[in-house]
Design a protein around this ligand. Structure first.
Ligand code: C2E
Ligand code: CA
Ligand code: CA
Length: 930
């Protein structure tokens, strides 16, 4: 007869899956004071808190809170210890944003002070967070990078934490021998730190591994050791767990008497603990973080062993144990464990090739978890399910479930942040006024969007790496690198601030500073001088780049000296262009000439670079504000125009701007004016390029591409769109394009060609213009086109800057019935993150990837993966720039939906596009007749 152990209602119920789950071993994460010395006063207090409340993170947090100020005022060891404990406790109650903040701060500390202990703590904490959401592969990478760092620090506390985490992650990733090795190292570290509780926990990690490996004698001996060590602590759970494991080991040995005795002992120990258990509410603990009930029941232990067998590839054994767990859970009406048992049986089935049956069971288990609102656990199980599906080649179901997992992850992160805000509000409600709180929430929402975006980007870049068949190690390196880059940016804020106003080569102020300074002059009259070094390219060609830089610095030095002497400020604008600004009364051309003269004179003495004497000449142009133009921007432009005049003549020359210069210049203004005129007088035309559906080989739509007939020649949009964008004219041009495109789509529908789609390019400035939505609405109404025929092509840049506002607008456009696609996918942020957050319908893979198909294995994989992921997210895919049948064949084999490119259709006037449709219709009719 099997004796069932009672469950323990006073403790949070957990459905543990793997040996990785355990008591909060790690609260004293970074206790290792560098140099092995004992931590300071704060460290001691954290130690005490761990010893007393180690398995109740809610209590830990309450007790750590008052220590924060002291930790921040104390030395770095104190702060490090505090942060690690604080972060870990929050991570284990599923508050990752607080934990993430601790990771960031620890990393910062580590990098700033070159402190390996802080870095090791940061990485290990990160690994803990990831493992709590089931991302064990990424977690393994992080903890592996912590190991060598921890080795540099002679601290048994830190060593223990890192070893334990490494053991857990190795085990979860199926490296059982490595797991054993690391747990053994943790035993050693715990013993060095004279901490019997930790030593017992490390042994507790070893016992299931030995059972799974069939080393039952060792397992039994170590279970006894756990009890021995446990007796020297106040932690009753060690005793319970060791008896539970002993029962299972004895089962495996076939020793019924021993297993029954062990079960009875476990039951007694559980009852005794129940009596002593503290009353009161408890914070739910993440199942992977364990708690004091870890393997405290037989169901728990069975599921742990099942998961271990699963990750070791013993699917039969995994299934048997999960079946046993299911029977017990059913008998005890224990829904939580039942759900996990079902998932475990399902995963084993899937890996054994019984895919349909396995999926049904796993889905049943997941649905039960979902309805119980155990979201963090659901996420963990989803991630395991996705991994199993991937390994069994069930790509489409795995993409779908991956999507669920990602959404859930985002949702959890959102909730976490919301509750964090509320907590902050509650704390400060006495001191702060409501307005400040609103502000806080607002900022938090903004940050949330940003953090969410980044987090998702990281997750997805990992997924992408995984999908591309890169190993776990490569994947986590990518992850680490992306993260490092982000951090570096943040860390260098100050340096950036300096760098953003200074030029790195000459040390002069830069263009940005110049713009800021002219703005700050607030209408006081001043002169702007633009200076270029003539034929600098030739000089550099003769002396080499390094010496070219030296020369530039010398030139800058002389010009700067002159500028200072004349109360002017010198800037390096770019390349070989300098600028100078000085106050100057209106009409005081004498002063202007004096300065220009002095600048020229400064060049007269040859420059010595290497052992050569070099003669350098400059050209300078000057314009005055407000005499020549009222705005800083205009004046700068006029000074440049004046300078252009100096280049025709040799030697040091200068020109003061006057009106004739402006008139004779064929500058941008003219082009803008011509564009505006073209808009009014019909100088623009839309060309159409066919888009072919892979499903039936027919043209399903056309992309509208703008053409400008400028005085007999045709100007490419690549030339004029950027200028129209810069000047803002694009808003009007774009409205015209949209109107034309809608009319054409309507005309085709009316002519009986069906719902032919027209794709219209929308530029960033157009998209972000406040009237955009109204214009679209008006155009749809005026033309009477079916909105489903119109697809707006938006670039990543349009939507990334103001993500939240963009999302709202995209939703509004979708509600109008329009299709939305992302153009040039892969060239911009190359991020898949917003795909889920933005209501898109299509993704257009950029030409640059398509043109490399067949030539670059990497591009092949990227294109294939992007198609798969897009489909998983419910998006259609168009490949741009398809020029060869071979490219088309590859895209077809990957189920790309639509191809566009010179292969089937070049951009051409509307009439030509209509002919294509006519020809197609005739061919179809003929085929039908034949
Ligand atoms: P895009 O949106 O990426 O448009 C596709 C471009 O690729 C077009 O160039 C098209 O002629 C070219 N193309 C298409 N198939 C192939 C192929 O198989 N091989 C090669 N080598 N090229 C191919 P186009 O017409 O010169 O347009 C250039 C860019 O100008 C467009 O890039 C788009 O960003 C912009 N643009 C064009 N029309 C408009 C418009 O009405 N509004 C806005 N805002 N931008 C436009
Ligand atoms: Ca386009
Ligand atoms: Ca494109």
């Amino acid at each position: 007869m099997t004796l069932h152990l009672p469950s323990v209602p006073a403790w949070p119920r957990r459905c543990l899956l793997r040996a990785a789950a355990r008591a909060l071993v790690a609260l004293t994460a970074a206790l290792g004071a560098t140099g092995g010395a004992l931590a300071g006063a704060i460290g001691d207090k954290v130690f005490e808190i761990e010893a007393q409340f180690g398995s109740q993170p809610g209590q830990v947090i309450e007790r750590l809170r008052p220590l924060e100020a002291g930790a921040r005022a104390g030395d770095t060891d104190d702060l490090r210890i505090f942060l690690a404990a604080w972060g870990y406790a929050h991570a284990s109650i599923d508050k990752p944003s607080v934990a993430e903040a601790a990771v960031e701060e620890l990393t910062d500390l580590g990098e700033r002070l070159h402190d390996p202990a802080a870095l090791a703590s940061a990485y290990t904490l990160k690994a803990a967070m990831l493992s709590f959401s089931g991302q064990v592969r990424a977690a393994f990478g992080w903890v592996e990078s912590a190991l060598p760092l921890a080795d540099k620090v002679p601290s048994p506390d830190l060593q223990y934490w890192v070893d334990m985490m490494a053991a857990d992650m190795a085990t979860s990733n199926g490296h059982l021998d490595e797991g054993v090795r690391m747990y053994e190292a943790a035993v050693v570290a715990a013993r060095r730190g004279r901490n019997p509780r930790r030593e017992a926990q490390a042994y507790l990690g070893l016992v299931p591994l030995h059972i799974v490996k069939g080393q039952l004698g060792v397992a039994l001996r170590q279970a006894a050791l756990v009890r021995e060590l446990g007796a020297r602590t106040t932690d009753p759970s060690l005793r319970i767990s060791s008896w539970v494991l002993e029962a299972l080991a004895a089962d495996a040995q076939g020793d019924t008497r021993r297993s029954e005795r062990a079960r009875r002992e476990a039951q007694n120990a559980t009852l005794a603990a129940l009596v002593e258990a503290p009353a009161g509410p408890q914070v739910p603990v993440n199942s992977q973080a364990g708690g004091d009930g870890w393997m405290g029941t037989e169901v728990d232990a069975l599921l742990t062993l099942s998961a271990l067998h699963q990750s070791a590839g013993n699917f039969g054994a995994a299934r048997d144990l999960a079946l046993r767990a299911r029977t017990q859970a059913q008998a005890q009406n224990d829904d939580a464990h039942l759900a996990v048992a079902l998932v475990n049986i399902g995963l084993a089935d899937i890996r054994m090739g019984h895919i349909q049956q396995g999926m049904a069971l796993a889905n049943d288990g997941l649905a039960r978890m979902g309805s119980r609102k155990r979201d963090a656990e659901l996420l963990i199980q989803l991630n395991r399910y996705v991994a199993a599906l991937e390994r069994s080649g069930e790509t489409s179901e795995s993409w779908l479930r991956l999507r669920d997992a990602l959404m859930l992850e985002t949702e959890l992160a959102r909730r976490d942040r919301r509750s964090t805000v509320i907590e902050l509000q509650r704390e400060s409600s006495f001191q702060q006024r409501q307005r400040e709180l609103d502000q806080l929430e607002h900022q938090n929402a903004l940050q949330a969007a940003e953090i969410g975006r980044r987090a998702m980007e990281r997750t997805l870049s990992l997924l992408l790496a995984a999908a591309m068949g890169l190993g776990g190690v490569v994947a986590w390196r990518l992850y680490l690198r992306a993260r490092k880059a982000n951090r570096q940016l943040a860390l260098n804020n100050e340096a950036l601030e300096f760098a953003s106003h200074h030029d790195a080569v000459t040390g002069l102020l830069n263009r940005r500073a110049m713009e800021a300074h002219t703005t700050a002059l607030h209408g006081q009259p001043y002169c702007n001088v633009s200076i270029s070094v003539k034929q600098f390219g030739l000089i550099v060609g003769s002396v080499g780049h390094q010496q070219g830089d030296q020369l530039l610095c010398q030139i800058a030095g002389r010009l700067d000296a002159v500028a200072r002497r004349h109360d002017a400020t010198l800037y390096r604008v770019d390349g070989v262009t300098f600028g100078a600004i000085f106050r100057c009364a209106e009409g005081d051309t004498q002063r202007v000439r004096t300065v220009l003269q002095a600048l020229a004179e400064a060049m007269e003495v040859p420059f010595e670079v290497g052992n050569q004497d070099l003669i350098v000449s400059i050209g300078a142009g000057a314009a005055h504000c407000p005499t020549d133009a009222p705005t800083a921007h205009e004046v700068a432009r006029l000074a440049e125009l004046a300078k252009l005049r100096t280049h025709a003549e040799p030697g040091n020359t200068h020109v003061l701007y006057d009106a004739r210069i402006g008139e004779s210049q064929h500058d941008k203004l003219h082009m803008e004016a011509r564009m505006a005129k073209a808009l009014e007088q019909g100088g623009f035309e839309l060309y159409y390029q066919g888009q072919r559906s892979m499903a039936d080989g027919r043209f399903c739509g056309f992309e509208a591409l703008l053409r400008w007939h400028d005085g007999g020649k045709m100007v490419s949009p690549a030339q004029f769109i950027p200028l129209a964008e810069e000047s803002g004219l694009i808003v009007r041009i774009g409205a015209w394009v949209l109107q034309q495109g809608c009319q054409q789509a309507k005309a085709w529908a009316d002519a009986g060609f069906g719902a032919v789609k027209v794709a219209v390019n929308i530029s960033p400035r157009q998209f972000n213009h406040p009237d955009f939505l109204a214009t679209v609405r008006r155009t749809l109404q005026a033309t009477g086109v079916d909105p489903a025929q119109i697809e707006l092509e938006i670039t990543e840049g349009s939507v990334m800057d103001a993500a939240e506002a963009s999302i709202a607008q995209l939703h509004a456009l979708r509600e109008l019935g329009l299709q939305l696609s992302i153009d040039d996918f892969g060239t911009g942020y190359a991020s898949l993150s917003y795909l889920r957050r933005f209501p898109l319908t299509r993704l257009k893979i950029d030409r640059s990837f398509v043109s490399q198909l067949g030539a670059s294995a990497q591009d092949d994989t990227i294109v294939r993966t992007v198609i798969g992921l897009a489909h998983g997210l419910g998006l259609a895919v168009t490949a741009e720039g398809v020029e060869t049948p071979a490219q088309e064949a590859m895209l077809q084999s990957w189920h790309c939906d639509v191809v566009q490119g010179f292969l089937h259709s070049r951009p051409a006037p509307a009439a030509t596009a209509t002919q294509l449709l006519v020809a197609e219709r005739e061919a179809l009719l003929q085929a039908a007749e034949a």
